[in-house]
Ligand binder design. Structure first.
Ligand code: NAD
Length: 355
């Protein structure tokens, strides 16, 4: 098993919301974190979540595990989920939100690329289904939007910090992407585009959320894993190919959840392999800079990805600040203020000139 640097007791007393927690990864996260003493609130469209909650309560000897009916595609259902969660929370706040609910509807994917409706003659031709987009993208956006409102209001929480390993009240969004966030899953366009979009969301929020709401944002991108969405057709296609172990996905997610210095981190999980590649996984950015690039030969199923993106964003921000400073230095603060006033007045002047 991997040696990840976290203190599991940090999860004790944390209130964690998990969408799509009635089965698969969501249920596995819930079981692991409930055993560590976290308060878990599962939201799922599947009423089987009640049974899962009862089972987790018994196995973890933790009564603070709850199920709330949730349809992530419905805004009112999501608002209700967050409001009820705050009511249930032992400390009146939410420490972490896992936007995990997701589907992969292969029929929808096939129909999208193979239209069968007679669009010339059908009097009422139906639009193609957008179910996958509704769940995997709109649903995630609703969840994340509400998380960005509720997390900074978590009583006694502090803005996230990459430098300090603490166990104070948290503000954490964990996104669930896929390796389909990083490369196309040919013939499954809806799933691919939604998982690419979740990665795009992560790449934006990892920069802004720590600043705007003190929220740390991380993502896991699992490869095909022996759980949940891995249905019979997928197993046939992948027959003989090694697939990911659910324990590695749970371990990667637990690391990101329990180690509060993790911010803007993206972990890929997959089959356990010895790749002999530089050990880029599970390192802070600072220690990554010090890497010699030597290959490592131990077997692992968790890897860091998209690190270059942090550097690109940092360089962009740094250059923007330098450019602003250069303008201020050349024109002086008064010149800069005049320029800004001109920019703000531009919409009014534009309409004035039109009239
Ligand atoms: N299993 C894999 O191989 C794999 C690989 C990469 C990524 N993922 C991602 O992991 C996440 C969980 O998938 P899983 O494999 O555990 O599958 P799963 O089917 O076991 O879990 C998904 C859960 O989402 C729930 N859900 C579906 N529609 C919903 C809705 N409208 N509102 C609320 N809940 C809804 C389902 O009821 C289910 O409990 C998904 O985002 C998936 O894309 C899975």
């Amino acid at each position: 098993m991997l040696n990840l640097d976290y203190t599991i007791s940090n999860l004790k007393g944390k209130t964690i919301l998990i969408t799509g927690g009635a089965s698969g990864f969501g249920a596995a996260f819930a079981a692991r974190w409930a055993s560590a003493g976290a308060q878990i609130i599962i939201g799922d469209i599947n009423p089987a979540g009640e049974t899962i909650v009862a089972q987790i309560r018994t196995e973890s000897a933790n009564e603070n595990v709850h199920f709330i009916h949730l349809d992530v595609t419905s805004w009112s259902s999501q608002v209700n989920f967050f409001r009820q969660a705050v009511q249930l929370s032992q400390h009146g706040g939410i420490d972490a939100v896992v936007a995990n609910a997701g589907i992969n509807d292969r029929d929808e994917a096939r129909q999208l690329e193979n239209p069968t409706v007679d669009y010339l003659n059908d009097p009422h031709p139906p639009a193609p289904s957008s179910k996958t987009v509704d769940v995997n993208l709109s649903g995630v956006l609703y969840t994340v939007h509400l998380a960005q409102w509720f997390l900074p209001r978590n009583p006694d929480s502090q803005p996230c910090s990459e430098s300090e390993q603490t166990s104070h009240r948290d503000r954490h969004i964990l996104l669930v992407g896929s390796t389909a966030s990083l490369h196309p899953l040919i013939s499954q366009a809806p799933y691919t585009i939604t998982k690419h979009a979740v990665l795009g969301l992560f790449r934006c929020l990892r920069v802004t959320a720590p600043v705007s709401g003190g929220i740390r944002v991380n993502i896991i991108c699992p490869y095909f894993t022996d759980i949940g969405l891995m249905n019979a057709p997928a197993r046939v296609i992948l027959a003989g190919v090694p697939i990911g172990q659910p324990e590695d996905v749970v371990e990667a997610a637990t690391y990101l959840m329990a180690n509060q210095t993790c911010s803007g981190r993206s972990l890929v999980t997959g089959p356990r392999l010895k790749l002999g590649l530089p050990d880029r996984a599970l390192l802070s950015r600072e220690s990554l800079d010090e890497q010699t690039g030597e290959g490592e030969d131990s077997e692992r199923g968790v890897w860091e990805c998209q690190l270059h993106d942090v550097e690109t964003a940092d360089i962009f921000t740094e250059r923007m600040l330098k450019a602003v400073k250069a303008v201020v230095a050349t024109r002086g603060w008064i010149g800069w203020a005049k320029g800004l006033a001109g920019a703000l007045a531009w919409p009014v002047m534009k309409n004035w000139n039109k009239a």
